[in-house]
Design a protein around this ligand. Structure first.
Ligand code: JAH
Length: 246
């Protein structure tokens, strides 16, 4: 997969993509992430990327020309087989989810545009952008951190990125349940003992305990997730029992 990111702050992308799982995926050529400075696509001496809003009002608006020209350069480099998602990170977009990450992971190329200031000229949205994504209902100072979140969630789904021991199919938001509690040594820490069942060596019993823990934790913290989780009859009965006032 090739990911191109358009930003006014290219330095922000240095450390996240030069660390851990990412660096390994890039080194192994499973993904390529290219950061483009929107200012490089201006033509004036001051490298102007923003201007006052028509109609007045506070703040500045990102000009359309540098963004259109940057994306057009990227488009011209591509053999146009398949459509190219051009994604704007914005609080007005559709709410990002594991499902959307999975959809995006199936494309061979993605373009992400990070806005800044009070907004972006509407013609960019209308005539260039194919998809608007929000990572949650809060305001950031720009789209960069949101772009990093999207890229992280997508890249770990690419074939070969996770080691063989971890499977994206087991991830919490793929199973539809929150994770069960995990413990490691020491067996007793400050009087707090690890649950007996985990020391039993009875793997069927351990699996059952973990599934119950995942279900009760999900019911308590994120009950709306249970509607979409794949539960068997016995597990649905467990949910009903857990819902009874104790
Ligand atoms: C803020 C441009 N959903 C998170 C999110 C994404 C983008 C922005 N804020 C929040 C943002 C200012 C300018 C984008």
């Amino acid at each position: 997969m090739q990911i191109d990111i358009l930003t006014l702050f290219p330095q922000m992308f240095q450390s996240p993509f030069s660390t851990g799982l990412f660096q390994r995926a890039i080194d192994r050529k499973l993904v390529r992430v290219d950061i483009h400075d929107i200012r490089d696509y201006t033509h004036d001496k001051h490298r102007t990327v923003d201007d006052y809003p028509y109609g007045g009002g506070a703040g500045m608006v990102l000009k359309p020309e540098p963004i259109f020209e940057a994306v057009e350069v990227l488009k011209s480099e591509i053999s146009t087989d398949g459509e190219l998602p051009i994604i704007l990170l914005t609080p007005q977009g559709r709410l990002f989810s594991q499902q959307i990450a999975l959809e995006l992971s199936k494309h061979s190329r993605l373009v992400l545009i990070c806005g800044h200031y009070e907004g972006i000229d509407e013609r960019v949205r209308e005539h260039l952008v194919t998809d608007e994504i929000s990572i949650g209902d809060y305001v950031l100072s720009g789209g960069e951190l949101a772009a990093m979140v999207v890229v992280d969630a997508v890249v770990r789904l690419l074939p070969g990125v996770l080691g063989s021991e971890a499977s994206p199919l087991d991830d919490s938001h793929t199973t539809g349940l929150l994770e069960y509690p995990q413990y490691t040594r020491p067996q007793v820490y400050r009087d707090w003992a690890v649950p007996e069942v985990l020391l039993s060596g009875n793997h069927a019993q351990i699996a059952e305990w973990r599934r119950e823990q995942a279900i009760s934790r999900t019911l308590k913290r994120r009950p709306e997730l249970l509607d979409k989780a794949n539960l068997c009859l016995q597990e649905k009965q467990l949910v009903e029992r857990l819902k009874q006032p104790q």
